[in-house]
Design a protein around this ligand. Structure first.
Ligand code: NAD
Ligand code: TYD
Length: 369
């Protein structure tokens, strides 16, 4: 069986759902269920006997060791992390605890488990570490996209904590021979993404008649990867990735934030028009920028295409349409995750942003809440 951490989060739950749909192999899903973890994401497979859920913290090395010897997985897919840059700006501590210490703790438990496997199982075992392109820092408008050989230059506490975890994973390969592979992917989007991130936040706010908060000039560029394509890439790396190697995964879909929001608005105006006939455009508001905001990310995904034959299937247009349709069809899911804790986060992240803003178009922070 495979052992997944963070399988109740956005990417992890998409991965578990797809895995169970395309493979008979059982899954142990270990998740702490932080604000970002939601078992509702796995409701469709809740009664599938092949899925075992364990609520546990990856920092609990003894628990991880016990779970590994109980379930004897052939692979660990490590998704669990604190994942939101803005939260890392407000409170970096949890990012150090989970992303660095938690990965260390999991690596220690894995090393002990792996060391006692029979030789053939030892050779076949994989620790697949899911990481981000943000470890590479930021690009200028004409720079080449990030390749696996780029130097690390993280700029946010989130990116720095993921960079540290990547280094630990690498060190366990070089020092102990643990068979690791690392993937660094670009911004994911799709079903079950928590509405703190750009795309689901904009959909949720638009439909609720709230402001659509664009940080700074909205010209920051991200490379958007449909989550289903990401999951397929991870399966390809698990199956055929070379031990010790890194694979960058991207969607070949660079877009400025403002263009992403305009694209969403166009779809929403068409699929769920406002009752008053006005465009959702009228809800756009420019707000104070994120500190240390990276200007551009772009992924050179040629290595995984060349070596493992993986390429994204979705274009941004097809992926974003599917995504908007999913959120429109799953308004109950959205309602459920917009709980007390979520409202506290909106207050914390957006309420202070009107103070130093000079851009025209600013709307009062209260309308984000
Ligand atoms: P997410 O925030 O939606 O989910 C994270 C999951 O990890 C949650 O279910 C949470 O409960 C769990 N978790 C957090 N701390 C834990 C702990 N200490 N022990 C056990 N479980 C814990 O994140 P996501 O967007 O699904 O991202 C998954 C992985 O992919 C992360 O490692 C992230 O850094 C990486 N990544 C995400 C993106 C993206 O666009 N979302 C892009 C690049 C890389
Ligand atoms: P986000 O989804 O938080 O992902 P990341 O910071 O990991 O790239 O943000 C994507 C982009 O959207 C990023 O440039 C920040 C911007 N953004 C806004 O302009 N407004 C918002 O309210 C949010 C959440 C993000």
């Amino acid at each position: 069986m495979i052992f997944v951490t963070g399988g109740a989060g956005f990417i992890g739950s998409n991965f578990v759902l797809e895995w169970l749909a395309q493979s008979p192999e059982p899954v142990v899903n270990v998740d702490k269920l932080t604000y970002a973890g939601n078992l509702g994401n796995l409701a469709d497979v809740a009664h599938d006997a092949r899925l075992v859920f364990v609520q546990a913290d990856i920092n609990d090395t003894a628990r991880m060791a016990a779970l590994l010897s109980q379930h004897k997985p052939r692979a660990i897919l490590h998704f669990a992390a604190e994942s939101h840059v803005d939260r890392s700006v407000h409170g970096p501590g949890e990012f150090i605890t989970t992303n660095i210490n938690g990965t260390f703790s999991l690596l220690e438990a894995t090393r002990a488990y792996w060391a006692h496997l029979p030789e053939a199982d030892k050779a076949a075992f994989r620790f697949l570490h899911v990481s981000t392109d943000e470890v590479y820092g930021t690009l200028g408008p004409d720079d080449a996209p990030f390749a696996e050989t780029n130097a690390y230059a993280p700029n946010s506490p989130y990116a720095a904590s993921k960079a540290a975890s990547d280094h630990l994973v690498r060190a366990y390969y070089h020092t102990y021979g643990l068979p690791v592979v690392t993937t660094n992917c670009s911004n994911n989007y799709g079903p079950y993404q928590f509405p703190e991130k750009l795309i689901p936040l904009m959909i949720a706010n638009a439909l609720a008649g709230k402001a659509l908060p664009i940080y700074g000039d909205g010209q920051q560029v991200r490379d958007w990867l449909y989550v289903g394509d990401h999951c397929a890439a991870i399966r390809a790396v698990l199956a055929d990735g070379i031990v010790g190697e890194v694979y960058n995964i991207g969607g070949w879909n660079e877009r400025a934030n403002l263009d992403v929001v305009h694209g969403l608005i166009e779809l929403l105006d068409d699929l769920a028009p406002r009752a008053d006939g006005a465009s959702y455009k009228t809800q756009i508001a420019t707000v104070q920028d994120r500190p240390g905001h990276d200007r551009r990310y772009a992924i050179d995904a040629r290595k995984i295409a060349r070596e493992l034959g993986w390429k994204p299937v979705e274009t941004f247009e097809t992926g974003i349409r599917k995504t908007v349709q999913w959120y429109l069809a799953n308004s109950d899911w959205m309602k459920d995750v917009q709980s007390g804790d979520y409202l506290k986060w909106l207050e914390r992240n957006y309420a202070g942003r009107d103070s130093n803003v000079t851009q025209p178009g600013l709307v009062k922070a209260a309308s984000f809440l």
